[in-house]
Design a protein around this ligand. Structure first.
Ligand code: NIG
Ligand code: FE
Length: 407
């Protein structure tokens, strides 16, 4: 049984990331939706303490908490494999975006989609993600880029929250790209976000966080600070897409406004690492996006060696990471970034929970936490999961103590 922690341990950093506290030959007790006990088999109290006990035999298998995926864009319309082929044929992500592809391509498709279509397609993606071991998800808007379409996306996320038993956090990402109609007057789009979108979203209580894309050709550090400060007036804590395509100041700006997380981080340098060490901001890496876009790797090992915590998320979206498989994200982090399997488990469970504000109830096997856990197939060790990266090794997933069978 892996990732067994004290309930008040809310994230893991530095050297401690190299260890996943585990019990060999263990039992886990679940009552209703909560973890109520665990221990070594030799200390098993016997079944007389419980009535109506159902026993699940996990002999030879590994039990671990479900993954907490703190960064996704899974409400989207259509797919973008045409851009994938364009990249194979030599264009870059930025070149495609400048021609009206990229986020703007998804925004066009979003305008035409109904709430019901968006809901059904997102539900399918969530079902696939849960079957792959994910038990908590953050979802961003950001393909709307107009008041109505951003609200449409956020209403879909709200409906998913209400319908599903896993925790879902909603993030408003109006500042994902400048819509073409505002190209010559970007400030008026920023004004629209601050003066119209944010109040409407707060009024309907549609978001938990506010995110922004800090990047050349997208939003500057000054612009994101003004948006994130405005969001804070509505109690929306900040998140930032930072240093993905260039070192453009997103991390430092995010820390300045007390961001809960800064995400991507391919172009993070020493100044950002130093500032992160002085902050409570969780650095989040998104190996799927860097892999899919052939970006340089973030200095993940260096960040951990400096003493930082690190979270891993999927960034599941149609343009830069068309996968929500956290086993694969961890494998990429191991194979390409040189993280150990233990570091990736800490990053994708408890630290992911911290990056979405739910570490109190999710992200580890701990007394009082929700019984969201994975039972693997029979495997020799935890390291076998990223090692056998092409296999599906998740046998069962339990959500709130109930075996997942599809929603
Ligand atoms: O996280 N970096 C910005 N946003 C997304 C990409 C969105 C898209 O291409 O549709 C990301 O990678
Ligand atoms: Fe993203």
């Amino acid at each position: 049984m892996a990732q067994v922690r004290e309930p008040d341990c809310s994230f893991i950093k530095g050297n401690d990331m190299s260890t996943v506290t585990s019990l060999y030959d263990a039992w886990l007790a679940v009552e209703n939706d909560l973890i109520v006990g665990y221990g070594a088999m030799e200390d098993w109290p016997g079944i007389s303490d419980w009535s109506n006990l159902e026993i699940i035999d996990a002999d030879g298998k590994i039990v671990l908490p479900t993954y907490c995926d703190s960064h996704t864009h899974i409400v989207f319309a259509g797919s973008r494999e045409g851009e994938f082929v364009d990249r194979i044929n030599g264009l870059s992500y930025e070149e495609i975006a400048l021609r009206g592809g990229g986020i703007i391509n998804s925004a066009k498709k979003m305008q035409a989609a109904t709430q019901e279509q968006l809901y059904q397609s997102a539900l399918m993606r969530i079902n696939e993600m849960i079957s792959q071991g994910t038990g908590a998800i953050e979802i961003k808007s950001g393909y709307g880029l107009s008041l109505d379409a951003e609200i449409k996306m956020l209403r879909v996320i709200k409906k998913l929250k209400q319908a599903l038993p896993i925790p879902i956090k909603a993030t408003f990402l109006g500042a994902h790209a400048i819509p073409p109609a505002y190209k010559e007057n970007r400030q008026s789009y920023i004004d629209l976000i601050i003066n119209e979108m944010l109040p409407a979203i707060a009024q309907e209580q549609l978001a938990d966080y506010c995110d922004v894309f800090c990047e050349r050709n997208y939003f500057t550090p000054e612009e994101i600070i003004s948006i994130l400060n405005a969001a804070q007036k509505y109690n929306l804590q900040a998140k930032v897409h930072a240093e993905q395509l260039s070192n453009s100041g997103g991390v430092l700006a995010g820390i300045k406004v007390g961001a809960v997380s800064v995400d991507h981080l391919e172009y993070v340098g020493d100044a950002e690492i130093e500032a992160l060490l002085q902050s409570n901001t969780m650095p989040v890496i998104l190996p799927g996006a860097a892999f899919f876009l052939s970006l340089p790797y973030p200095p993940a090992k260096k960040m951990i060696a400096a003493g930082l915590p690190l979270a891993i998320a999927s960034d599941f979206n149609p343009g830069s990471s068309p996968s929500g498989n956290m086993n694969l994200m961890n494998a990429i982090a191991c194979i390409q970034y040189g993280l150990t399997p233990e570091q990736t488990i800490n990053a994708s469970t408890l630290n992911g929970a911290f990056a979405m504000g739910i570490a109190e109830n999710y992200g580890s096997i701990a007394i009082g936490k929700k019984a969201n856990f994975i039972i693997t197939k029979e495997i020799p060790s935890l390291a076998y999961i990223p090692y056998a990266f092409g296999s599906n090794l998740i046998e069962q997933v339990y959500i709130n103590g109930v075996k997942y069978k599809g929603y």
